[in-house]
Design a protein around this ligand. Structure first.
Ligand code: CDP
Ligand code: MG
Length: 739
C-alpha cells in the first residue's frame, strides 16, 4: 500500500511542478523544507512551508539562478523539444487541415457558426489562428472567447498560453468572476466566462476592444450566452468590422443560424471511433453503487490501456464516490492495478485541475470523476470507457412561488450521446449507461432545456434595463422567457428597490449592477453601509457575503465537527461564517489555524480575495458613507446584520406554522420546508432545545427527498421584517394576525 501511495504522491508532485511552470513564477525556493503547498494569492504564486514561515514570493528566486547556470543548455533543449511536441500536436488537430477554408469563411462572413466534434481544436486553435492572421492588429484589438464554465476558461487559457509559449496573463489571459488574469494593453487573446463578457457590455456597450468574439459552447444555452447572442445581434449592426464566431455541438446549430438571419454553418469533420453502447437490463435504484461496480468491472476485466470517465452530478457526489472507491480499492490492495482518481468540477481549485490532463503513468489506470463539464467543454485524452448514469444537476425555477432549486434530473438524449462520444476519441471505446435502452428511447428529452426557461432572470433583467433596453419583450431572445418569469423578476427587483413603481431602474439598481455578485447580496452590502438602522456592520456583512460564495468548501469533512472546534454555540450559520473568518484573520491568516480547526486554507484565501474585491467596489461606488476601515471588526451587532440580510433576501423568509416551517408568499404561501441538519440552527433546536423562532431567513433551498433550507438565520422580531421591507411584510403580517 505504501508503494502505491508513494506513486500517487510522485505523480501529484510532478503535476504540481507543471502547474508551477505554467504560472508567473519561474522557480520556487523553499529553504529547509520539503513539505510545501502552493497557493495562488491574487497574482503572485507563493509557496508556504508547513508552519507558514519563510513565505517566499516569486521574485526572490535569485539564489536558484546561479545553481542553474550549468544546466541552462539542457533546459533550453528541453524547452525546444516541448515546443516541437506542441507544434506537432497542434498540426494534428482536425481544424488544422481546414484552416484556410475556415479563415476564408471568417473573412467573408460577419457571423459564422462552427460545428465540430469535441476535441477537434475549436476552442484552443481558432482564436490562435485569428491572432496569427492579424485580427488583433498588433495589440490594437483583442480576440475574446467565452466559456460557460470557469474551469474551462482557466484551463483552456493555460493550455493556449503554453502553446503560444507565453506567460499566462500576458498575451493570453482569462477573466472569470473574482479573478482577472489579463494585462491591459498586452493581452490579445482573452478567455472569459460568458457572464464576464456580459458584464463588460455594461462599461463598453459596443465591445469596442474586440475585433473578434467567439461564443464557445453556445449549444449549452446558458442564460449569459443567450443574452450575449441577443446583444451581439444589435452590436453587429453598429460595428460592421466585428467578427462573430459561434461554436456549437451539432444540437442547436440550425437554430443559431436562423437567429442570425441564416448565416452559414461550417462543419469541421472530426475523427471519431466507434463506441459500443451498453445499457442496464433493469432500471437501477442506486446509480452510484451501480457505477462503482462498473468501474471495478472495467478495471479488473479490461486491458489497462484506456482510462475511465464517470459522469456524476456535483462536487459532493464526486467526493463521496471517490471515498467509496478508494475504500474498496484499498481493501483489494495489490490484487488490482492502481486506480488514479482525479475529480473535476466547477469549484475545483485551479492548481488541482491540471491533474486530469496529465498522461497516465505506466501500470495504472486513470479514473476521472466529472460533472457534465467533461461533456463538451474539456477534452481529456486517453478516455476509452465512459460510465454514464444519465443525470445532471440543473437549476429549476418556479415563477409562481419565486423559488429556485438545484434539482438532479435526467439528461437529454443529446447530452448522453455527447457523453458516449467521449469514449471514442483515441480509438474504439465503450460506454456503459446506467439506465435501460427503453428509457433512452422513450423517456429522455431530445434536447436540454435552455437555462433562460428554467431560472430566475432578475439579474439579467436588471442588466438589460441598465443597458438601456426599455422594452424587454422586444429584446431578441433566442427563446423568450415566459411572462410569469418576467413579471416575477420585475416584482422581486422592485422589492429590492432596484426598480421604481414604473419599472424604471433606480440609482440603487445601477449600483447593484456594478457589484460582481447577485443583486440580493449587493443589496445586503448597500443596506449595511447606508441604512440608518443598520449602519456599522458593513465589515461583517462583507465577510458573510464573501463566505456565502464559498460555503460548499469551507470545512474539511464534517461541518458540525469543525464548528465545535470554533465555537461552543452560535445563533446562525451566518454568524458562524463570520466567526470563522474573524478567528482566521486574528491568527494572521494562518495556515496552521486552518489545519487545527478543520477549515480549508485555500478556500479562505479565496474568500479573502472575494472580500477585498467587494470592498474595493464599495469604496469605488462610495456606498460606505461611514468609513468602514475604522470600525472595529468585532462589532457583533446581530440585529443590524440580520436586518441587512432581510433587506436583501425578503422572499427567503420562512415562517413557523402548526406543522413546522413553511415559505411565505403572497398568494401561494406555504411550501413546507425542513431546516437542513447541517445548519447550526437545526442543532440549536434539536440538540440544545432552543425555542424555534417564528421566522427564519435562509440562503439556499434544496430539494432532495424533502425540501430543505440551508444556511439559516433566525429572525427574533417581526418588527425587523416590517421595518426593512414594508411593501412585503406589512400586508402579510397583518393578514396573519387576522387569520
Ligand atoms: O474545442 P474543441 O473541443 O474542438 O477542442 P479543444 O478544446 O481546442 O482541444 C484540442 C486539443 O487540445 C485536444 O486534443 C485536447 O486534448 C488538447 N487540450 C489539452 O491538452 N489541454 C487542455 N487544457 C485543453 C486542450
Ligand atoms: Mg471546445
Amino acid at each position: 500500500k505504501d508503494d502505491r501511495r508513494s506513486r500517487q504522491q510522485l505523480w501529484e508532485e510532478q503535476v504540481l511542478k507543471t502547474a508551477v511552470s505554467n504560472k508567473d513564477v519561474d522557480e520556487i525556493y523553499v529553504p529547509n523544507s520539503e513539505k510545501y503547498d502552493y497557493v495562488f494569492d491574487n497574482d503572485a504564486l507563493v509557496a508556504f512551508t508547513e508552519d507558514n514561515e519563510n513565505v517566499i514570493s516569486g521574485d526572490e528566486g535569485e539564489e536558484i539562478e546561479e545553481k542553474e547556470d550549468d544546466s541552462e543548455e539542457l533546459a533550453r533543449q528541453v524547452e525546444l523539444e516541448k515546443l516541437s511536441t506542441i507544434d506537432k500536436a497542434r498540426k494534428s488537430l482536425p481544424v488544422y487541415r481546414h484552416r484556410t477554408r475556415l479563415m476564408d469563411a471568417i473573412k467573408e462572413n460577419q457571423v459564422l457558426i462552427i460545428v465540430g466534434e469535441t476535441g477537434s481544436g475549436k476552442t484552443t486553435q481558432l482564436p490562435q489562428y485569428l491572432v496569427e492572421d492579424g485580427y488583433t492588429q498588433k495589440g490594437k484589438f483583442q480576440v475574446g472567447v467565452t466559456q460557460p464554465r470557469r474551469v474551462a476558461a482557466t484551463s483552456v487559457a493555460t493550455r493556449v498560453a503554453e502553446e503560444m509559449n507565453v506567460k499566462l496573463g500576458q498575451e493570453v489571459g482569462y477573466s472569470i468572476r473574482f479573478d482577472d488574469k489579463t494585462t491591459p494593453g498586452k493581452t490579445v487573446l482573452k478567455y472569459a466566462t460568458d457572464g464576464m463578457l456580459l458584464r463588460e457590455c455594461l462599461t463598453d456597450q459596443n465591445l469596442s476592444k474586440y475585433s473578434c468574439i467567439m461564443i464557445d459552447e453556445a449549444h449549452e444555452r446558458t442564460l449569459a450566452t443567450d443574452i450575449l447572442l441577443g446583444l451581439l445581434k444589435g452590436i453587429i449592426k453598429e460595428r460592421t468590422d466585428l467578427k462573430i464566431l459561434i461554436s456549437s455541438a451539432t444540437m442547436n446549430a440550425e437554430k443559431f443560424s436562423q437567429f442570425f438571419n441564416g448565416c452559414p454553418i461550417l462543419k469541421v469533420p472530426g475523427r471519431r471511433f466507434p463506441v459500443d453502447i451498453h445499457y442496464t437490463l433493469q432500471p437501477e435504484g442506486n446509480y452510484i453503487n451501480a457505477a462503482i461496480t462498473t468501474v471495478f468491472q472495467i478495471h479488473t476485466t479490461q486491458p489497462l490501456k484506456g482510462d475511465i470517465l464517470l459522469f456524476l452530478t456535483g462536487q459532493e457526489e464526486i467526493e463521496n464516490t471517490r471515498d467509496k472507491i478508494e475504500e474498496i480499492a484499498s481493501k483489494l490492495g495489490s490484487r488490482i492495478p492502481q486506480l488514479l482518481i482525479t475529480p473535476i468540477y466547477a469549484n475545483l481549485p485551479q492548481d488541482q485541475q491540471s491533474l486530469i490532463f496529465q498522461p497516465t503513468p505506466e501500470n495504472c489506470r486513470k479514473l476521472v470523476l466529472a460533472t457534465n463539464i467533461a461533456e463538451t467543454s474539456l477534452t481529456i485524452d486517453g478516455i476509452k470507457y465512459v460510465i454514464d448514469p444519465g443525470f445532471v444537476k440543473e437549476n429549476s425555477y418556479v415563477p409562481t412561488t419565486g423559488m429556485a432549486q438545484l434539482l438532479t434530473v435526467a439528461c437529454s438524449k443529446a447530452s448522453v450521446d455527447q457523453r458516449a462520444g467521449r469514449a471514442g476519441r483515441v480509438g474504439p471505446g465503450k460506454c456503459f449507461r446506467i439506465f435501460t435502452k427503453w428509457s433512452y428511447e422513450n423517456e429522455l428529452e431530445m434536447m436540454p432545456k435552455p437555462e433562460i426557461l428554467r431560472t430566475n432572470i432578475s439579474n439579467t433583467v436588471l442588466l438589460l434595463l441598465s443597458l438601456g433596453v426599455k422594452d424587454l419583450l422586444s429584446f431578441p431572445f433566442i427563446d423568450k422567457p415566459t411572462i410569469p418569469t418576467l413579471i416575477k423578476s420585475l416584482e422581486s427587483l422592485y422589492l429590492l428597490g432596484a426598480l421604481n413603481s414604473k419599472g424604471q431602474i433606480t440609482e440603487l439598481g445601477k449600483i447593484m449592477c456594478e457589484f460582481p455578485c447577485e443583486p440580493e447580496f449587493a443589496k445586503v452590502i448597500h443596506t449595511a453601509a447606508t441604512h440608518p438602522l443598520c449602519q456599522g456592520v458593513l465589515n461583517e456583512c462583507l465577510t458573510i457575503v464573501s463566505m456565502l460564495h464559498e460555503t460548499t468548501s469551507i470545512f474539511v469533512g464534517n461541518k458540525k465537527e469543525a464548528t465545535s472546534r470554533i465555537v461552543s454555540t452560535i445563533e446562525s450559520d451566518h454568524l458562524l461564517y463570520l466567526e470563522v473568518y474573524n478567528q482566521w484573520t486574528d491568527s494572521g491568516y494562518s495556515r496552521a489555524w486552518c489545519q487545527d480547526h478543520k477549515v480549508q486554507f485555500k478556500t479562505m484565501i479565496r474568500v479573502r480575495n472575494i472580500r477585498s474585491q467587494l470592498l474595493k467596489c464599495c469604496s469605488k461606488l462610495k456606498v460606505d458613507k461611514v468609513d468602514c476601515t475604522t470600525l472595529s471588526k468585532h462589532t457583533n451587532n446581530v440585529e443590524k446584520i440580520t436586518r441587512s440580510f432581510i433587506s436583501g433576501f425578503p422572499t427567503n423568509v420562512i415562517q413557523l406554522g402548526n406543522s413546522g416551517y413553511h415559505t411565505i408568499g403572497k398568494k401561494t404561501g406555504g411550501l413546507s420546508v425542513l431546516i437542513h441538519p447541517s445548519s447550526v440552527v437545526f442543532q440549536n433546536y434539536k440538540e440544545l432545545g432552543h425555542k424555534p423562532e417564528k421566522f427564519i431567513l435562509y440562503q439556499q433551498l434544496m430539494l432532495t427527498s424533502k425540501e430543505y433550507v440551508r444556511d439559516c438565520m433566525p429572525i427574533p422580531s417581526d418588527k425587523w421584517l416590517v421595518d426593512m421591507v414594508p411593501q412585503l411584510f406589512q400586508h402579510l403580517l397583518q393578514n396573519n394576525v387576522k387569520k
